[in-house]
Design a protein around this ligand. Structure first.
Ligand SMILES: [Fe+2]
Ligand SMILES: [Fe+2]
Length: 327
């Protein structure tokens, strides 16, 4: 693919990815691998047009795996040998010879390829590989789940100017409200995490709708509202996040039962979701294109009071107002 025709957003995903993962403890080598994973051996890649040995070695492995997968996804009927033929043509262009040799070696084990493309067998293959790979030295005491969710939040927030920092702030506001309501520590932690991923379903909403400056049409609004369904579906697929589903998926339910997507009412809405709803709405009013405007705080507080009991749980609003006033 010619580097000139790439949209700047596509070109920058390597840089943004490297920045985001640089916060993950135990993954100190990952940022440079991500940064270089679209560099080509012949120097025609991006973002820095690095060439040959200037490219971090591991990034070349990702490059080859990425292309292998793209060929497979776009031509699901291709046989392994046909894909390998396509890959061979890219040697010394996209990746070097030794990367191709490694790929050939792995794929010579036919079971590996069959397990890889079989959704039923893939988890088993991943677990087997995980056991074979030496430990990466991550300290067990590290709050790895919390940090990973934090990174998820950054990924969601970095997608759109409108939502920059939104997940992080919703998480922080929700945490403070939960603490001030004297909730147990475990519950507080879950609410904080659910705040980070509550809008993860927005990744499935077209950017043209999320970024639209003018008012949305009825159809567009219907689609936007589906993001809570997608949040539910995405989190359901990750075992350690399942616990967050009831809270995260219900953050647009209203106390009077007129919200979405299940039209839950009153205390049928999980308390964590009632807290997220207040934090979410407060952040939407006080943030413009991702930048907080503290001048809007009194307006947001008035709005919270006005719709308390209709949109929001009045107990949550009562706990939240002193926090919002002190921001
Ligand atoms: Fe939302
Ligand atoms: Fe939100």
């Amino acid at each position: 693919m010619s580097e000139q025709v790439l949209h700047p957003i596509i070109r920058s995903h390597t840089i943004i990815g490297a920045q985001i993962v640089s916060n993950l403890p135990g993954f100190e080598k990952a940022p440079s691998l991500i940064l270089d994973h679209h560099e080509y051996w012949n120097g025609h890649g991006y973002p820095r047009a690095r060439k040959g040995k200037e490219i971090v070695a591991g990034a070349q492995l990702i490059r080859a795996a990425d292309t292998f997968d793209t060929i497979l996804q776009t031509n699901p009927d291709k046989t392994l040998s046909e894909i390998m033929k396509n890959m061979k043509e890219l040697v010394n262009k996209e990746f070097n010879k030794s990367v191709f040799s490694s790929l050939k070696k792995i794929m010579s084990d036919n079971n590996f390829f069959h397990d890889l493309v079989d959704a039923q067998k893939l988890p088993g293959l991943l677990f087997r590989l995980r056991d074979e790979i030496p430990a990466n030295g991550i300290d067990d005491r590290t709050d790895i789940l919390g940090t990973s969710l934090d990174i998820f939040g950054q990924i969601i927030d970095s997608k759109h100017a409108y939502t920059a920092g939104h997940s992080k702030r919703v998480s922080q506001y929700s945490l403070l409200i939960a603490i001030s309501m004297n909730l147990p520590h475990d519950e507080v932690t879950k609410i904080k995490w659910a705040g980070l991923v509550h809008d993860i379903g927005k990744v499935a909403i077209p950017p043209a709708i999320l970024d639209k400056a003018s008012e949305l049409s009825e159809d567009e609004y219907t689609l936007l509202r589906k993001h809570t369904v997608y949040t539910e579906e995405i989190l359901e697929t990750v075992s350690c996040m399942k616990e967050l589903v009831p809270m995260a998926a219900a953050h647009h339910e209203r106390f009077d039962g007129n919200g979405y997507h299940r039209k839950l009412k009153g205390e049928d809405i999980p308390l964590g979701a009632r807290i997220l709803a207040v934090a979410d709405s407060f952040d939407s009013i006080t943030s413009l294109r991702g930048y907080r405007d503290t001048g809007l705080i009194p307006l947001a507080i008035d709005e919270m009071k006005n719709v308390s009991r209709k949109q929001f749980d009045p107990d949550v609003v009562e706990a939240a107002i002193p926090i919002f006033q002190s921001l």
